[in-house]
Write a protein that binds this ligand. Structure first.
Ligand SMILES: Nc1ncnc2c1ncn2[C@@H]1O[C@H](COP(=O)(O)OP(=O)(O)OP(=O)(O)O)[C@@H](O)[C@H]1O
Length: 931
């Protein structure tokens, strides 16, 4: 094996940075082993060139390229075409998967049949105002429309603007359209403006950060403040840097919310064709709003730096979270007094990232990185580990609170739950599904774990991998290989170098446990009329899905890094407007950032990223303003595999982020995995759900959930009928499979235990107990037959008895040992009679077919029981049959506990926090803006 590519200079320095970052103590270092790998992967992806490995079996899936500026005429790029040039558009969060995936792959021609000759969907192009005639024509149209509207409503009632707090004026129409929290956001931006300060608008994804910025600029234009520090009246020339995919979304929003601004796009998808230097100079002179990408900032840095800008806005600003990345350094060089960052994920992996973001918005405010790391990042991190001492915990709490106070004035972050009084968002349910591997997958996974490669890593590497870049390269490759097996074994088996052309059966969905689950989900959702966003990290995996969707007759769209930027907005609009598209295939990095995809109400995140924000960003595409249907999100993981460890790391990072941004008392970190954990696979799928056991309280108890009716869904009888018919068909196929319905068994066991306990307590005689059990069996038989629609079945044995007052009396007698044998006999006979009298239509069958896998539904709800929801519960129950071993409520996993510290410990911790703040102040070098 040749790993020469691993040891390139860039990676070397990245690794040592990573190590320094965490090297606070030997113990912490041990616990950070995996984190270093992630840092290495994340950072290396920011920096080109990528690592080159040539381990045959571990060669990664084709990488998802940058959401580049690569143009193509087709909506369906040629799968064999070379990857777009990375220099053309590094505008999205890189992930470690890409690091490995970004290898030059020798792809076999026609390896995967994806019948890419589909007719491209119609695209709706948004034009910018770079051309004077376009701009004037648009203004003309706008004024004409305005006049017509004014004539329609009669003479104007007076001013068209509103005087607001603090001297701010805003156009009435636009202001009235804002939600209350958005108005607060505009005031906050206004305050920052008056202080000539920058800030980070960190509202959760989909709450309208774009809209708030535009409304603020509009208000600024109306307010025309005159300041000694500023040479502009109103809004001066402004740059907005964003991911390529959302350039046209920005233009659209400006045209809609503030049509008078001149918006020009500095990007090859814009209308300007000539020299970019000229566009920049003219834009600056005309006080235009220049919308561009992070890649373009790197490319035209020289030209952009020739001018001063009034405002610089970074959309999805977390892209500059690596302080030493070229793009971070470049945006900081742009000359402007007002730096605003927009991001729904201010902190993703570690506190250094937070430092990097604030060092852009408020240069120097958090001191220098070394001091910040020593006095803030490290203590917070150390105190968060499960094995931290009380002193470390208290110090972490104090320091985190201090840090929160320092950044608070410059950070405005509202979560959807905070603004639920202002906006009406439908219910969202998010679950993590632990899927079983197929037999083939399991065998391949195990074989790989026992391979010489993994043996070497565990044997030699475990001791020295922290200091050995070469070993780190091996480790990354091994993890990539395991992830590929989890996604689809063919990604691993049929890699380049394999002699057999696997065209025919390549990507068969039945060979992947997760794909089987996806297949079942899509089938049901199609019938229910739900529309799905299906996110995966790799482009080949998307192609496998593409082939699957074609085979099964789904109408779909696809967007990945090879989709031309110019056609992306068109695809998004097409999906949102044309309900005949059932599925939108997206790579997490291109489709997961910034876009509005409210046309979908179901989201599947097929493979986890190390970075929790990447997955969160993806899920938020559907659950945002504009969504009017309940949204269900499923994150799929292969139980017991490296994917489960990745999910644990996600939770770990999320809790660290919450500690600083939301609640410093969040304390529920856990130890990171060691190497042996990563390279292991429990024998039984049931035993493999480690995460579900750690977060027991977050487990989705399907039956309970149904009883509580937590996921109200569309209550349309037609859909329910269609769903039943489908359920019948699926259940027929399911009953042939020897899958274990874990939840049902669990609940049955619980009930049995409860009854036995009761019987024991009441000291029934042996004979009574026998009768009791017989009766119980009879009732259970009824239940089995009445799994759906049965008006006799449902509930526990006690409930069945309590249905009539007579039975209730008998039941009480049994439990209080007062029953006579004759009464018991009568009761038993009644149970039989009831069974016999059941009509075929209500006997637990759906449309005449027995549905064994379904949970029951009652037509006559007994007292205190809610009518079950008619939507997802059937689905949830089917999961178990399709190899889902457990499910967790993601939000509930993230809820951290709180701990109290003793007074003495607290005061010591507070002292540490004061010292940290002093150190930070000393290291500050605040920059005064001079025009
Ligand atoms: N006051 C409003 N009235 C109507 N629509 C709104 C309003 N505010 C926001 N929206 C709509 O909500 C959607 C989400 O807004 P926007 O894209 O600005 O969110 P965001 O916070 O920037 O999201 P992300 O972090 O994902 O980029 C958009 O379609 C936008 O038009």
């Amino acid at each position: 094996m040749d790993f020469s590519g691993v040891a390139n200079q860039e990676i070397q320095s990245l690794i040592s940075e990573g190590i320094q970052l965490w090297s606070t103590s030997q113990e912490v270092l041990e616990q950070q082993a995996l984190k270093e790998l992630e840092i290495l992967a994340e950072e290396a992806r920011d920096k080109q060139p990528p690592v080159i490995f040539d381990l045959k079996k571990a060669s990664p899936e084709e990488h998802e390229p940058n959401s580049s500026e690569h143009e193509s005429n087709s909506l369906e790029p040629d799968p064999n075409s070379p990857e777009p040039d990375d220099d053309s558009g590094s505008d999205y969060i890189p992930s470690d998967a890409e690091l490995a995936e970004r290898q030059p792959t020798r792809r076999k021609k026609g390896r995967l049949k994806t019948a890419s000759k589909r007719k491209p969907a119609a695209t709706l192009k948004v034009t910018d105002d770079a051309l004077e005639e376009n701009y004037q024509a648009r203004l003309e149209q706008y004024y004409t429309r305005l006049e017509q509207e004014l004539q329609a409503v009669g003479p104007s009632e007076g001013k068209d603007y509103k005087k607001l707090k603090g001297g701010l004026k805003a156009p009435k129409d636009a202001w009235n359209k804002l939600y209350e929290y958005q108005k607060e956001g505009v005031y906050w931006l206004w305050e920052l403006h008056q202080r000539s300060s920058g800030g980070l608008l960190g509202d959760e994804m989909g709450l309208g950060k774009t809209v708030q910025i535009i409304a603020f600029f509009h208000a600024l234009q109306y307010s025309r403040p005159i300041s000694n520090h500023c040479k502009y009246v109103g809004l001066g020339p402004t740059i907005i840097v964003c991911p390529a995919t959302v350039i046209h979304q920005w233009v659209k929003h400006f045209h809609e919310w503030s049509p008078e601004f001149r918006v020009v796009v500095l990007h090859q998808s814009g209308t300007h064709q000539g020299q970019k230097a000229k566009l920049i100079a003219e834009g600056n002179r005309n006080k235009a709003i220049l919308i561009t990408t992070y890649a373009a900032v790197l490319k035209y840095k020289g030209n952009l730096c020739e001018h001063s800008w009034h405002y610089l806005v970074l959309d999805e600003g977390h892209i500059i979270r690596n302080p030493s990345a070229k793009v971070t350094v470049a945006v900081k060089e742009l000359r402007t007094p007002h730096r605003i960052m927009l991001t729904g994920s201010p902190m993703q992996n570690n506190l250094t990232e937070l430092w990097s973001l604030f060092d852009f918005t408020n240069p120097g405010m958090l001191g220098n990185l070394a001091v910040f790391t020593e006095h803030f990042a490290n203590p917070i991190l150390q105190g968060g580990f499960a094995n931290a001492s009380p002193m470390q915990e208290a110090t972490a709490l104090s320091v985190a609170s201090t840090l929160k106070n320092v950044i608070s004035p410059f950070l405005l972050r509202r979560m959807k739950t905070d603004v639920k009084d202002h906006i009406q968002l439908p219910h969202k349910s998010e679950q993590v599904l632990f899927c079983s591997l197929t037999e083939q997958q399991r065998d391949i996974y195990k074989d790989y774990l026992m391979s010489e490669h993994v043996n070497n890593i565990l044997g030699r590497g475990a001791k020295r991998w922290r200091s050995d870049n070469f070993m780190k390269g091996h480790l990354l490759m091994a993890i990539t290989a395991l992830r590929k097996i989890c996604n689809h074994p063919d990604l691993f088996i049929h890699d380049e170098g394999d002699d057999v052309a696997p065209e025919e059966n390549f990507g068969n969905y039945k060979n992947s446990g997760k794909m089987v689950v996806v297949s079942a989900l899509l089938k049901i959702w199609r019938k229910q009329g739900h529309r799905t966003l299906l996110f995966s990290q790799g482009r080949i995996m998307l192609r496998i899905f593409e082939a699957f969707l074609q085979q099964h007759g789904y109408k779909y769209l696809k967007m990945d890094g090879a989709t031309s930027v110019g056609s992306r907005q068109g695809l998004i609009d097409t999906f949102n407007q044309d309900v005949s598209y059932q599925v939108f295939l997206l790579t997490t990095r291109v489709g997961g950032l910034g876009v509005n995809l409210t046309g979908a109400n179901r989201v599947i995140i097929y493979d986890p990223d190390w970075n929790p924000a990447t997955d969160s960003q993806a899920r938020e595409r559907a659950w945002r303003i504009g969504q009017d249907r309940p949204v269900t999100i499923y994150r799929l993981l292969c139980a017991g595999t490296v994917e489960e460890k990745m999910y644990q790391r996600q939770v770990w990072k999320q809790l660290l982020s919450n500690k600083v941004l939301i609640d410093p008392t969040t304390n529920k970190f856990f130890k990171s995995s060691d190497l042996f954990d990563l390279f292991s696979l429990p024998e039984s799928p049931k035993a493999s759900i480690e995460t579900a056991n750690i977060f027991r309280e977050s487990r989705v108890k399907i039956m309970e959930k149904i009883k509580r009716n937590e996921t109200p869904d569309v209550d349309e009888s037609e859909k329910v009928r269609a769903m039943r018919a489908l359920a019948r068909k699926i259940s027929q196929s399911l009953t042939k499979e020897p899958a274990i319905d874990a939840y049902r068994l669990e609940l049955e066991e619980e009930r049995q235990q409860k009854l036995q306990e009761k019987a024991k307590l009441k000291h029934l005689t042996a004979q009574e107990l026998v009768e009791f059990n017989r009766l119980k069996t009879a009732v259970r038989e009824d239940e089995d037959k009445n799994t759906l629609d049965g008006d006799v079945a449902g509930g526990s044995f006690e409930e069945a008895l309590e249905r009539s007052s007579k039975s209730a009396a008998l039941y009480r007698k049994i439990t209080t040992k007062q029953i006579r044998p004759s009464e018991l006999k009568a009761l038993k006979a009644k149970g039989r009679k009831r069974r016999c009298s059941m009509s075929p239509d209500t006997s637990g069958k759906i449309d005449g077919q027995l549905v064994k896998g379904l949970v029951k539904r009652e037509t006559k709800a007994p007292p205190k029981r809610h009518k079950p929801s008619k939507g997802d519960y059937i689905l949830e129950h089917l999961f178990s049959k399709k190899g889902v071993a457990a499910a967790l409520e993601h939000e509930s996993v993230l809820r951290g506990g709180q701990r109290q510290q003793s007074l003495k410990v607290r005061s010591h911790a507070d002292e540490k926090a004061v010292q940290a703040l002093d150190a930070l102040k000393k290291s500050r070098r605040l920059k005064e803006w001079k025009w």
